[in-house]
Design a protein around this ligand. Structure first.
Ligand code: PEP
Ligand code: MG
Length: 543
């Protein structure tokens, strides 16, 4: 048995086989070869296999997400057959007498640079595709899995680190747990694990190797331990603990349908955070009274290109319909920082968390923003939708946003397209927004405090940096005072204020938040019922 430790980001026990996630990026080395003909035969074989894989993906995607979304796999098949691409690879192999992997790597770099420099937006977006097809070829040549979970039974995913764009592509049904060597407890991958309510560890002290693939393991998310090839004693102990946990969860289910009210009669709106429509099942199962944060940027992360107005409309509509009249707060896209999307063409930045992200992108590229707003406003006809804007720092930003919303409404009216009224709120996640909250409260319908970023910016601590996890103190009095100030200023203006950052689920602070008068708490779906239990057992008036 091998035992390793990491930082736990969600409790629970997972028992199953390991699956090692290999990064798609392949390092290629240049090797001189004698037999060029052999390389060209390898190329034809890899190409054939890649086309086969893409055809299977196309058929799967057609069934799951429709033909329009599946089209990308057809485009990739065509790109693999493209004469210029093929000729370039073959020519490098034969003229330089080098290995096929090197020829593919060089061709991928050359072609993607060429596409990226084109004026036409469609051609620009092909830069990422040419890299993708080349990575697929390299994966096949290396005999690797290309990052796709090819398994019928759910597995424990082992990875060096995981970016949000990588996790969104995985089939969540097949994941029992995430265990990463790097990564911070405040990262979006950690948040994703919490949303899925699965045990997860980051900063784990193991060394990744392909040999771990398929080995039996147990993740104990309570103690932050992973056991590889566990002995009988540990297995029995943890199987028992798992059963106890299931029992506790069943007990919590008796709280379904109960009000979120304290012993002394203070009501709280208890909502859930989601990133995707697939999280809705957990929201319903855990009986949240609404959705307090729909991280809409995940729609962009899951797409190969800008999601169209109609694609977004269908998603927002289905969330609103599924929530059947309960409030759904859609946060407009918060792309940037750790949430990178190739087709946005974002340049590398010195300080991405302080950089070109979220509302700054939307205000600089209003076409992208307007497409999303149109989809949200149209979907609001089908339920109780509210919208909120991330990373606000000033009154001017809010006023400009409101002008854009009015422009969008006017355009929709002129086009005789139906839309509903939506409440408009802002996220309070920068110290500037806290300091301006008195004035900002007069401009909007509600506040939602993003404690993840508010902690990062208040304490000047990069939430992505695992070395700083020990310093990232969301209980810091500066953060708590900022929350208090925000709530007071909201109430002064007659609007409500909630918390949608991870701190909202911290049961040791629930009473303090209620005392401050926090009106809404939005947490990962799996944390709704434990929080309801604490709310119902709290008497805010008692010391
Ligand atoms: C936050 O910053 O607290 C928040 C909820 O947004 P995100 O974690 O997506 O940045
Ligand atoms: Mg944030």
């Amino acid at each position: 048995m091998q035992v390793y430790h990491g930082k736990s980001v969600f409790g629970g026990i997972a028992i199953g086989k390991l699956w090692v996630f290999s990064k798609k990026e392949h390092q290629v080395v240049r090797v001189k070869v004698q037999d060029c003909e052999k390389e060209l035969v390898r190329y034809e074989q890899a190409k054939e296999e890649a086309i086969k894989q893409l055809q299977a993906l196309y058929e799967k995607a057609c069934k799951e997400v429709g033909e329009a979304n599946a089209a990308i796999f057809e485009i990739h098949q065509m790109m693999l057959e493209d004469e210029d691409y093929t000729d370039s690879i073959k020519n490098i192999v034969t003229s330089q007498q080098v290995n096929l992997e090197y020829a593919i790597g060089v061709t991928a770099d050359n072609f993607s640079t060429m596409f990226a420099s084109m004026e036409d937006e469609y051609m620009k977006a092909r830069a990422a595709d040419v890299k993708d097809i080349s990575e697929r070829l390299l994966s096949i040549l290396k005999g690797k899995s290309n990052g796709e979970l090819k398994t019928d039974t759910p597995v424990i995913v082992l990875a060096d680190d995981l970016a949000p764009s990588e996790t969104v592509q995985m089939d969540k049904e097949k994941i029992l747990s995430f265990v990463t060597v790097h990564g911070s407890v405040n990262s979006h991958t950690a948040i994703l694990a919490r949303t899925m309510s699965i045990p997860a560890l980051v900063g784990t002290d193991l060394t990744l190797s392909e040999e771990l693939n398929g080995q039996e393991a147990i993740v104990d998310g309570f103690s932050g331990t992973i056991y590889i090839q566990p002995d009988e004693k540990i297995r029995e102990e943890l199987e028992r603990k798992k059963e106890e946990e299931e029992e506790k969860k069943k007990l919590l289910l008796t709280l379904k349908g109960k009000e979120d009210v304290t012993l002394d009669g203070q009501h709280v709106m208890l909502y859930a955070n989601i990133g995707n429509t697939s999280d809705l099942a957990m929201v319903l199962k855990n009986d949240a009274s609404g959705i307090g944060l729909f991280r809409s940027e995940f729609i962009y992360l899951e797409s190969e290109d800008f999601p169209t107005e109609n694609e977004q409309f269908q998603i927002y509509k289905s969330v609103a319909e599924t929530m059947a009249g309960k409030r759904v707060i859609i946060r407009t896209l918060d792309i940037g920082a750790d949430k990178k999307v190739d087709y946005f063409g974002l340049e590398p930045e010195e300080n991405p968390a302080l950089g070109y992200r979220a509302i700054r992108i939307c205000l600089s590229q209003p076409d992208i923003f307007k497409t999303q707003l149109r989809a949200i406003l149209r979907a609001s006809v089908y339920g109780n939708i509210a919208v909120m804007y991330p990373m606000i720092t000033s009154l001017e930003e809010v006023r400009r946003i409101k002008e854009i919303v009015e422009e969008v409404k006017k355009e929709l009216s002129e086009q005789r397209i139906a839309f509903g009224e939506v409440l408009q709120g802002i996220m309070i996640e920068t110290p500037a927004a806290v300091m301006m909250s008195e004035e900002l409260a007069k401009e909007v319908d509600f506040f939602s405090i993003g404690t993840n970023d508010l902690t990062q910016y208040t304490l000047a601590i990069d939430r992505q940096n695992p070395k700083l996890d020990a310093f990232y103190d969301a209980h810091h009095p500066a953060v708590l005072r900022m929350i208090q100030m925000t709530v007071e200023n909201a109430h002064k203006a007659g609007i409500w204020a909630g918390i949608c950052g991870e701190l909202g689920a911290d049961l040791s602070l629930t009473k303090e938040f209620l005392k401050m008068g926090v009106d809404e708490l939005s947490v990962s779906p799996g944390r709704v019922l434990p929080l309801r239990k604490v709310i119902r057992e709290t008497d805010v008036t008692k010391a």
